[in-house]
Design a protein around this ligand. Structure first.
Ligand SMILES: [Zn+2]
Length: 242
């Protein structure tokens, strides 16, 4: 593992990190309330972040980083390979295997038909257009299902946001706003259903007690299997670039 250095005035602060074959951005932050040095891998940005308490020296942080190199190497090798988004590639969408295709003559931005997702536009914008289409589909499906499930339990969702969340697949605020990771679209359909049912159940029970899980089971029978899938395979949903 080796560390590159900054070009600006903080000459002792590295900005990239070589781990095996990979070069990753390294973000060093200072946090006033941090009690100790903290190292984290962020799969969304495929970057490493090092948080330092207010008075810690950068050199101490780097020393810590070196001590943790084994952990970092293991974490990175356990990450599934990034899958390239290019014409002909098959991606999982709600458990179906969908082939992505480029067609410059297509009259709309994208179209999903018979397990083929076709996007228009120039070839160099292909990846961005595919991801845009996927995010839009995710938002629509998640919003529709959350609205449907909340009606079943007599609750109203105030707002649903779908974004690239890092630590959680979904969340529910005390004011009834739900938030989900659009990456759930890459998971099997039952998993997607479970996460939506989980957050919708929080509209009634803001805890993880027995009654919460009963409601979750009512909305999504057999949810235990989906929950386990997410625990084991969750990080695979980061295989695709944002
Ligand atoms: Zn929960």
């Amino acid at each position: 593992m080796s560390v590159g250095s900054h070009s600006d005035e903080c000459s002792d602060i590295p900005e990239w990190l070589q781990v095996g074959e990979e070069v990753l951005p390294l973000v060093i932050r200072r946090h006033r309330r941090a009690k100790r040095i903290c190292l984290r891998y962020d799969p969304t940005g495929h970057a490493v972040s090092l948080t330092l308490p207010r008075h810690a020296r950068v050199s101490e942080g780097l020393h810590f980083l070196n001590q943790k190199s084994e952990w970092l190497i293991t974490t990175l090798t356990e990450m599934p390979c990034k899958k390239q988004i290019k014409p002909g590639v098959v991606i999982p969408l709600f458990g179906a295997r969908v082939r992505i295709k480029h067609d410059e003559t297509l009259r709309c931005a994208w179209q999903l038909k018979d397990d083929v997702l076709t996007v228009s536009g120039k070839r160099e914008h292909f990846e961005r257009r595919v991801m845009d289409a996927i995010r839009k589909m995710a938002k629509k499906h998640i919003s529709d299902l959350a609205a449907y499930q909340s009606r079943r339990i007599g609750r109203i969702v105030r707002r649903i946001s779908v974004r690239d969340t890092r630590s959680r697949w979904g969340s529910c605020s005390s004011t009834g706003n739900l938030s989900f990771s659009w990456r759930l679209i890459f998971a099997p359909y039952e998993v997607f259903e479970y996460v939506v049912a989980h957050e919708v159940s929080h509209l009634r029970h803001m805890h993880h007690g027995e009654r919460f899980w009963q409601l979750c089971e009512f909305l999504c029978p057999g949810h235990e299997v989906a929950k386990e899938w997410l625990r084991v395979h969750g990080k695979e949903l980061y295989r695709f670039n944002a």
